[in-house]
Design a protein around this ligand. Structure first.
Ligand code: CTP
Length: 424
């Protein structure tokens, strides 16, 4: 019996796939189809599949062409499969010509001509066409536009003078302008993804949410860290009880990038420390401990009190069964780490934790420690764009930051702007 194996993602199964499967089957007597897992696809840069692994498996199964279906989960698995399953022929489409020649050592490799004029990427792009413009200046917008290129069906359109012709807008203006910019976009019928803090008061935030809901629009809080694989895995691990009960979350975010601490810097156009770093630093606190804190105390070292410009701010939270501390600064430097203390162990995320691909779960006995590595592409921004586009398309929230969390972040920032902090 001649055993044939082929691999693919098979997202939105199309006739190019079916023709490939039929020809693969005809090469032998028994066809095994390897379908890539969602995680493996993510590491290969295929990030916005329309269908889940189960749906893709079902679609291939329904063709009746495959004798067996397996899941491809890791790099190098093909060699393992070929040996384990005693494969005679490995085949894929000619778009991979030459790429799998190394498998000739284990079986025969055949590249079949690819069907012209169709691909999952094109189908995805046709299905979802979302045009996004940007408001604001600088690196954040540039990065966002660059990352859009990795997401099928999302397209950048300049919208310097008018929002006409865009479906959605990414806002990275000065935080004091967020409220007005978002309001204007929502009133013009545009979906919004805005850098955090979305607003500087809870009342304003609630008003914006209401406006978004009334107009059936998505309003997303852009904190890219929420979309990094390592960060979302560490939330799950911390909540699963593997370090016991969480008793403390300690977060540090600092940067000395735009001369905030220098005497002749014009601070009026720059973001203060609490806006630049507060939202991302408070994210793990609220996502791990919830939003119902008993008490919060803000301690701040000001550079310019009229502008509410803080050099360094410390925020201390007290919850019923845990505490949290957040240290943020644009004119002071410290180690940007995240530590989650539990009753059985702790999670340590090294600096800069907000864009990490790695963390450790540590215990009293270091032999029990576990290191976790993940891939981080585009600092999480491209996954954030995928989630935003998905939400817009489905009209349902696929975002990783819920409204309660955004509101809790806004609440603390509002307290700061009301001057409710201790000065040092
Ligand atoms: N294939 C083909 N003809 C096409 C599209 C795909 O023969 N028009 C083959 C590929 O060469 C591969 C298999 O089908 O052997 C599964 O490919 P997959 O990557 O899942 O499909 P694509 O449509 O190429 O997906 P994408 O656009 O996401 O890369």
């Amino acid at each position: 019996m001649v055993k044939v194996i082929t691999y693919g993602t098979y997202d939105m199964l199309h006739y190019g796939h079916i023709r490939l499967l039929e020809r693969a089957r005809a090469l032998g007597d028994y066809l095994i189809v390897g379908i890539t897992s969602d995680d493996y696809d993510k590491t290969r840069g295929k990030i916005n599949l329309q269908q889940s692994l189960m749906e893709r498996i079902e679609a291939v199964r329904a063709t009746g062409i495959a004798d067996e279906i397996i899941v491809e989960e890791y790099e190098g698995q093909k060699i393992d499969d070929i040996r384990r399953l005693s494969i005679d022929i490995f085949t894929v489409g000619s778009d991979w010509e030459g790429y799998f020649d190394y498998l000739n050592e284990y079986c025969k490799v055949i590249y079949l001509p690819r069907t012209q004029g169709i691909s999952s990427s094109e189908l995805r792009a046709e299905k979802r066409k979302l045009t996004i413009g940007t408001i604001g200046e600088g690196n954040l917008c540039k990065k966002f536009v660059r990352e859009m290129e990795f997401v099928n069906g999302v397209e950048y359109k300049e919208c310097a003078n008018s929002l006409d012709g865009v479906d959605a807008v990414y806002i990275a203006s000065h935080p004091e302008h967020h409220y007005a910019d978002i309001k204007c976009a929502l009133e013009s019928g545009k979906h919004v993804i805005c850098e955090s803090p979305v607003a500087l008061s809870v009342t304003q935030y609630k008003e914006l949410i209401e406006l978004a809901d009334t107009n059936h629009l998505i309003l997303a809080d852009a904190i890219k860290t929420a979309y990094s694989t390592a960060y979302s895995r560490l939330l799950v691990i911390a909540k699963s009880g593997s370090i016991g009960d969480i008793v403390s979350v300690d977060v540090v975010c600092t940067s000395l990038v735009d001369g905030a601490g220098e005497p002749d810097t014009d601070l009026s156009k720059k973001q203060n420390s609490i806006c630049a770093w507060g939202p991302v630093a408070m994210l793990p606190v609220f996502q791990l401990l919830g939003i119902d804190y008993r008490d919060v105390q803000i301690i701040s070292k000001q550079i310019n009190k009229t502008l509410y410009y803080d050099a360094f701010t410390k925020i201390d939270f007290q919850f019923d069964k845990a505490v949290a501390s957040v240290k943020i600064a644009k004119a002071a430097k410290s180690e940007g780490e995240l530590i989650i203390t539990g009753t059985k162990g702790y999670i340590y995320v090294p600096a800069p934790w907000w864009k990490t691909d790695y963390f450790e779960v540590r215990y009293e006995d270091s032999a029990d420690n576990k290191r976790h590595f993940y891939q981080l592409d585009g600092e999480g921004i491209r996954y954030e764009i995928v989630a935003f586009a998905k939400s817009v398309e489905s009209g349902q929230n696929s975002l990783y930051i819920n409204r309660e969390t955004t509101q809790a972040i806004t609440g603390v920032i509002e307290k700061y702007y009301r001057g409710e902090f201790v000065e040092i």
